[in-house]
Design a binder for this molecule. Structure first.
Ligand code: MRU
Length: 354
């Protein structure tokens, strides 16, 4: 691949053709496949099927989906337009429940509609285009800033463990948990990264290992159940992960398996860092207990990535897509406005005042 992985655009609005162009992450690492989506149904499906995934990316994919859905509205008055907008918004919001970025982005569009209610419908639509593109473009600076704060906690030659993919393709650029790795790479930090494969959908193997390898980072792929041995071997100096929703008390939902890694990190005295844009922090949700955890089809566990089924037909499954890491296991939460330390109830609220 000749293109720098950091220049990959995983989600883009093609306004001229009223479409959303999405890099199909389920085709990676074998194929770089961009798909063109011209309806809200098609964007919904891309989010649901994880063709676009990662909390920030589904936020702006959802926003673009709403925009293309109402772009050609024939509504003559605000009330009719608002109803059409709400319908598209609620529909896209039903694609995945856990990452708060999706709801945050869609609420931002709604606030834009309401703010401009006195404008002609066509002008409101123009404002929505600008707003949805801002949601995406602002994310690049947000991720860079998270990367800079995160890098201040790391030292050259460290061994880092990461889970799932919180990388450049999950965001506008840089990623969240992978941002310090990319910024460190530019400075010759020579990190040694261990990527958990991340069962059942293998975001660690297919996406993180691919991204980092393409960028020339020293990356070693391990199965999820090998995190303990690499920690015990003394190879891990810090765990870096992204997240899908942080509650007001600092409990953080991220890809299934993250909480187990955090518990192991505590056992081995390894700092565990959660990287979270403000758009992922949900002060309205008091604790992790109130976070809606997405349950997915069991077929993802026993069949999806195999040539033949790897379990008896009809087997009962339990396939939660996320788990919640209790705040007590989190050393710090790194945001674009600074680093929050326990007690998170206070430190997160303080950062929001900045
Ligand atoms: O199911 P996924 O692949 O969307 O889960 C994604 C994660 O858990 C990421 O760690 C999180 O969204 C952060 S992406 C910057």
């Amino acid at each position: 691949m000749s293109e720098n992985v950091l220049d990959f655009v995983s989600v883009k609005l093609d306004d001229e053709n009223s479409s959303v162009i999405i890099l199909d992450q389920t085709a990676l690492p074998n194929e770089i496949l961009y798909k063109t989506h011209t309806t809200k149904e098609s964007v919904w499906e891309a989010i649901y099927k994880l063709e676009v995934r990662g909390a920030p990316a589904i936020g702006f994919a959802g926003a673009f989906g709403v925009y293309i859905a109402i772009k050609h509205s024939l509504a003559q008055d605000y009330e009719t337009f608002y109803q059409e907008f709400k319908e598209a918004k609620d529909y896209l919001a039903s694609s995945r429940p856990t990452a708060v970025n999706l709801f945050w982005a869609l609420d931002r569009l709604e606030a834009c509609v309401v703010k401009h209610k006195d404008l002609p419908v066509q002008d409101i639509i123009s404002k929505l285009k600008v707003e949805s593109e801002l949601i995406r473009s602002e994310d690049e600076q947000v991720c860079r800033s998270i990367g800079e704060y995160a890098l201040s906690l790391l030292k050259p030659n460290m061994g880092l463990l990461t889970h799932c993919n919180a990388g450049t393709i999950a965001t506008a650029k840089y990623g969240t948990a992978l941002a310090p790795i990319y910024l460190g790479q530019e400075l010759g930090y020579n990190f040694k990264v261990f990527a958990d494969e991340t069962r059942p959908l293998l975001q660690g193997a297919r996406l993180t290992a691919w991204e980092l390898n393409e960028a020339g980072v020293d990356v070693t792929l391990i199965c999820d159940n090998m995190a303990s041995i690499v920690m015990k071997n003394g190879w891990i100096d810090a765990v870096v992960v992204g997240c899908d929703r942080v509650a007001a008390n600092g409990d953080a939902a991220n890809k299934i398996g993250t909480s187990g890694v955090a518990i192991l990190a505590k056992k081995y005295g390894i700092p565990f860092y959660v990287h979270a844009p403000f758009a992922t922090i949900d002060l309205e949700t008091p604790t992790g207990n109130e976070i809606h955890i997405e349950l997915r089809n069991g077929e993802e566990i026993y069949e999806m990535w195999y040539k033949k089924p790897m379990a008896p037909k009809g087997i009962k499954t339990y396939n939660p897509a996320f788990d919640v890491t209790d705040a007590e296991y989190i050393t710090a939460i790194i945001t674009e406005k600074g680093i929050a330390y326990p007690p998170y109830q206070d430190s997160l609220a303080e950062l929001f005042k900045k």
